[in-house]
Design a protein around this ligand. Structure first.
Ligand code: 13P
Ligand code: SF4
Length: 312
């Protein structure tokens, strides 16, 4: 721990109590943020927790769409994201106006959007899903239902294959997950033949096919907790390794390399924008605050609530 971190931690703990704030963190956050968080989870768990908390302030240590989802679910609470520049390349790959046009051009379809979207895209959606509940929600719909799925083409392709569907896919992707190298991961597997391969469904199809487990961050973590292997190659953002190592100190977790990188890690630069210093500042100033246009929030709430109902 850096010497200045202990003063920041103390300040965060004091302000949190004084202001009845809840600090939530996604598994891709920096280690030191996961350490001070009151709650750590995947996108689904963060949305569920936001819906039930009685805190006055939510500090969402994640990216912008996670803050927006919390604000839509709790319009009376103050929702802060420590760095407003913490966006998401996948959410950015789906422009709301273009998506609305796509929906109009394909009438008669149920519109399913991944939670990694702006509130404006959710406003054009029938049901929101996360990688943790997409399969269950799609399976709950009649087999002949025509579906548009956006924006992640890799997650959509995965759901099509496991559910035997033919959903119409929006061609979006995440700049981190879309870049993992199958060759480098196969090479790692040759060097570690006993290691199991854990893959997030935002990765490309060839990686999904060699995986021992495909799942959301929480599902990969649960698998590692309960599985009997002692070594894993983890093909998702490397922040998850912190919680995996904390949950299973006796096991070895290897971060999968990206295509164009010599290092063993692969990081989401947006997720890493949040720092302890920015968390302390956000609590002190009650800024930067997430605000969502009232009409967009009203229309985006229904598909988020449907997700929570269908994935209970
Ligand atoms: P999870 O829903 O699995 O936490 O994933 C969120 C995300 O942004 C993956 O890149
Ligand atoms: Fe978005 Fe990819 Fe970062 Fe997840 S890892 S928040 S999908 S850019």
């Amino acid at each position: 721990m850096k010497p200045q971190d202990s003063a920041l931690r103390e300040e965060i703990a004091r302000l949190k109590k004084e202001k009845n704030a809840l600090i939530m963190a996604h598994y891709y956050q920096r280690d030191e943020i996961q350490e001070i968080a009151d709650f750590i989870g995947d996108s689904l768990a963060l949305a569920r927790k936001a819906a039930e908390t009685d805190a006055d302030i939510i500090v969402m240590c994640g990216v912008h769409f996670m803050g927006e989802t919390a604000k839509i679910l709790c319009p009376d609470k103050k929702v802060l994201v420590p760095d407003m520049e913490a966006g998401c390349s996948l959410a950015d790959s789906c422009d709301p106006e273009e998506f609305a046009r796509f929906v109009v051009e394909h009438p008669g379809h149920t519109v399913i959007s991944y939670v990694n979207t702006s509130a404006a895209v959710k406003a054009h959606t029938d049901i929101v899903v996360t990688s943790g509940n997409a399969r269950k929600i799609v399976e709950s719909l009649p087999a002949d239902e025509k579906i548009i799925f956006g924006p992640d083409r890799n997650l959509g392709g995965y759901i099509n294959s496991v559910c035997g569907r033919d959903m119409l896919l929006w061609p979006g992707a995440c700049h981190v997950h879309d870049r993992f190298s199958i060759q480098k991961i196969q090479q790692m597997k040759e060097e570690h033949p006993g290691a199991k391969i854990l893959v997030h469904p935002e990765c490309r199809r060839p990686l999904q096919l060699i995986a021992d487990k495909v799942g959301s961050t929480a599902a990969l973590l649960d698998f590692a907790r309960t599985d009997s292997a002692s070594e894993y190659i983890v093909v998702t953002e490397s922040g998850i390794l912190f919680e995996m190592r904390r949950a299973c100190p006796e096991k070895t977790f290897l971060a999968a390399p990206a295509e164009d990188s010599e290092c063993q890690c692969n990081e989401c630069d947006y997720m890493k924008l949040n720092t302890l210093e920015k968390v302390a500042r956000a609590l002190r100033d009650e800024q930067p605050e997430i605000l969502v246009d009232a009409e967009i929030a009203r229309r985006a709430l229904r598909p988020i609530e449907r997700m929570l109902e269908l994935s209970r």
